[in-house]
Design a protein around this ligand. Structure first.
Ligand SMILES: [Zn+2]
Length: 299
């Protein structure tokens, strides 16, 4: 079971709130295609240690404690053709988080090209599996996030049901380097349609459009009250170069590390670098904590 949340005075984050990393990939590695696993393995400094964490949620929560991270969004999604992840990835995510719901926020997904009743499947993920959010990964699922406009009805059903449930939907934006990922699906502008058609759906643009469409991501979070973005997978020390108005956008931005993606040094190290940026305490607090609480609730 989970331990007491870490005190955060030590992070220098100001008035003692507990940081939430909304974007971490703890996944069933055995369900992943070997060539995708190799991409991660080649660039990971402690692959064996990471494998162990993916089998042992308590060990992962211990790591969060050591690194001063209070809660983590555990990202999983169905993407059979590109990544190998079957629908069972949802059960896996539910099981992984089950005994640590005060610390882990499990994401799952529905592949709208593979289901006959996306409404029922979204309902099942929430009612039976108790998942907290959905992830849509267009370059790995090989669907545009607005593909319902060209006939993919089940995607419309998915968004409708998520909107009714106020279930946050994180949509990957920006490029992917995994073998067979298709970056023609990676442009965040597709999400403009989703935000127009589902104005009450809480949307998070993962990775802020990195690296090709950051301006588009900024446009979308400024245009649409229901669109937010996370800054995962972007080196924190470069954030202000990419987003010079981060301070002004703080109410729509969530911190995330994207660990253990290639080149991401770690959740705690990412946090340390983020805290070194010249941002106000109020902006840090929103990005590291308050915005995530608004979307996902208190633990
Ligand atoms: Zn990611």
């Amino acid at each position: 079971m989970s331990t007491t949340p870490p005190e955060t005075g030590g992070t220098g984050a100001g008035d003692g709130f507990a940081p939430i990393d909304i974007h971490v990939h703890i996944q069933p590695l055995e369900m992943m295609k070997p060539e995708c696993r190799d991409v991660m393995k080649q660039r990971h400094t402690d692959w064996k240690g990471f494998q162990e964490l993916s089998l042992d949620p308590s060990a992962f929560v211990d790591l969060m404690d050591r690194e001063g991270i209070h809660r983590v969004g555990v990202i999983n999604y169905v993407a059979e053709e590109v990544m190998g992840f079957p629908p069972e990835v949802n059960q896996w995510a539910a099981r992984y988080a089950r005994n640590h719901r005060d610390r882990l926020i499990p994401f799952g997904s529905v592949d709208p090209t593979q289901v006959n009743d996306a409404r029922a499947e979204v309902t099942r993920l929430v009612d039976e599996l108790n998942l907290s959010a959905l992830k849509i990964h267009p370059p790995h699922m090989l669907v545009h996030s607005n593909a319902y406009r060209s006939g993919l009805t089940q995607l419309e059903r998915l968004y409708e049901r998520a909107q009714e449930l106020k279930l946050p939907v994180m949509i990957h934006t920006g490029t992917s380097i995994f073998p067979r990922a298709r970056n023609s699906y990676a442009n965040p502008m597709d999400v403009d349609d989703v935000a127009v058609d589902f104005p009450e759906l809480p949307i998070i643009l993962a990775h802020g459009g990195r690296p090709l469409w950051m301006d588009t991501a900024v446009f979308l979070i400024r245009r649409h009250p229901n669109v937010h973005m996370d800054i995962s997978g972007i080196p924190p020390q470069s954030l202000l170069e990419y987003f010079p108005r981060l301070e002004q956008m703080a109410s729509k931005v969530l911190w995330g590390s994207d660990w253990p993606a290639p080149l991401v040094p770690g959740m705690g190290e990412n946090l340390k670098r983020f805290l070194a940026l010249p941002l106000s305490d109020a902006a840090r607090r929103k990005i590291l904590h308050d915005n995530a609480i608004k979307l996902f609730g208190a633990a």
